[in-house]
Ligand binder design. Structure first.
Ligand code: OSB
Ligand code: MG
Length: 391
């Protein structure tokens, strides 16, 4: 199979309400949509990098330049299997979000060309049609607000509540939710690296709340301190930011730095790396769940296909489209089923497409990058990325 073009479209999609974490506040979902074209078929994905390097080192700008200058030039010639993309991109260090956005679109392209759903190409469980999901709740103005928001999501059917924390917004608001909703509600916290081992007393104070886990309490690049912390608290530790590869996952597991892993395809560089982590997690009996990055429906569809794999035993962060957006950009936005599941889209590839009218309303910039050097490509800016408005 041969690729002809990679199309980059930058979108800014308003969030229904701002999302606040220990590293910042997001008002819009700003992302690159990636379309790959060849053999008369298209494949779709999106980059999970944000404008500022707060969650990871990558940014919207770095993703653009990496795709344009380093990834697309490596996509020429025959592609026999989607796994080859990981090998072609392996000489490029880091830049995993950039790699993943193209690699994921190519997996979708392959699945569509073979007329199979993506989960089949990935080796997911055929019977996993409905995926139990949770919701991630940002930092709220008060504990009272948090209890109201948490109770609302719980009543909608979400299977677990993840609550963002930071020093000064941690045990008290979580205790308020525990007291309001009762001991049986599956709850967890995500610190996004806001603590250090000096905060051991605060982190131990979570123990009586019987959380499912605490996500990335310590350094975004750390396993050693997490391993120390794991021996000093009862709450299981889940790693997010500090796991970038199967090798990272193995080291974190060997050191006892985590009992759970949040797997985000974008963070680890694509599906081939994700499948490597998945295999390891199954072998070591480390539960996985699929994380999220406030994706549009395109990224949500990818997440659901991944979550059909057997190692995803805990509800993830792939909530319904209406949790973040008044209007998603896909033809069939995701709705929460009454049993707290999302339905894996049927059809070829990821099973959803961008709605062209919605896309026009939210797109700021478009560039066509030729894989075939004969083609000149094109650019059209509506005053968005990358000319202005880097955010
Ligand atoms: O740490 O999991 C995280 C969103 C942006 C960046 C990092 C994280 C998150 C979330 C939201 O927790 C997950 C989602 O609902 O998509
Ligand atoms: Mg996280």
């Amino acid at each position: 199979m041969h690729l002809d073009q990679v199309v980059l479209q930058f979108i800014a999609l308003p969030l229904k309400s701002p999302f606040e974490t220990s590293f910042g506040l997001e008002r819009d979902k700003r992302a690159w949509l990636v379309t790959v074209r060849g053999e008369g078929v298209e494949g779709y994905a999106e980059s999970v990098a944000s404008d500022a390097p707060l969650y990871s080192e990558e940014t919207s700008a770095s993703v653009y330049y990496c795709i344009r200058d380093h990834i697309v030039p490596r996509l020429g010639g025959d592609i026999g299997r989607p796994e080859e993309i990981w090998e072609r991109l392996a000489p490029l260090r880091g830049n995993r979000m950039a790699k993943a956005s193209v690699e994921m679109a190519i997996w979708d392209w392959f699945a569509r060309a073979r007329r199979v759903p993506l989960h089949r190409l990935l080796g997911g469980r055929e019977e996993a049609r409905h995926i139990p999901v949770g919701v991630s709740i940002g930092i709220q103005p008060s504990a009272q607000d948090l209890v109201r928001v948490a109770a609302d999501y719980w009543s909608q059917g979400y299977r677990r509540l993840k609550i963002k924390i930071r020093p000064g917004w941690d045990v008290e608001p979580l205790r308020a939710v525990r007291e309001a909703l009762g001991p049986d509600v599956p709850m967890m916290a995500d610190a996004n690296s806001a603590y250090t081992l000096d905060d051991l007393a605060e982190l131990q104070a979570f123990d009586p709340l019987r959380l499912m886990m605490i996500e990335q309490p310590l350094g975004y690049d750390d396993y050693i301190d997490h391993a120390v912390l794991a021996r000093s608290i009862e709450t299981p530790i889940c790693l997010d930011e500090s796991v970038h590869s199967p090798a990272d996952a193995r080291k974190a597991m060997d050191l006892g730095a985590c009992q759970v892993i949040n797997l985000k395809v974008g963070r680890v560089g694509g599906y081939t790396a994700s499948l490597g982590i998945h295999q390891l997690a199954l072998a070591r009996q480390i539960p996985l769940w699929c994380g999220g990055m406030l994706e549009t429906g395109i990224g949500r569809a990818h997440n659901l296909h991944l979550t059909t794999l057997a190692g995803f035993t805990l509800p993830g962060d792939t909530s319904a489209s209406d949790r973040y957006f008044a209007e998603d950009i896909i033809d069939h936005p995701f709705a929460l089923n009454p049993d707290g599941t999302l339905t894996v889209p049927a059809g070829d590839g990821i099973g959803v497409k961008v709605d062209p009218k919605r896309l026009r309303a939210v797109s700021a910039y478009e560039e066509v990058l030729p894989v075939d050097r004969q083609d000149k490509g094109s650019r059209s800016s509506k005053g968005g990325f990358p000319d202005h408005d880097l955010g």
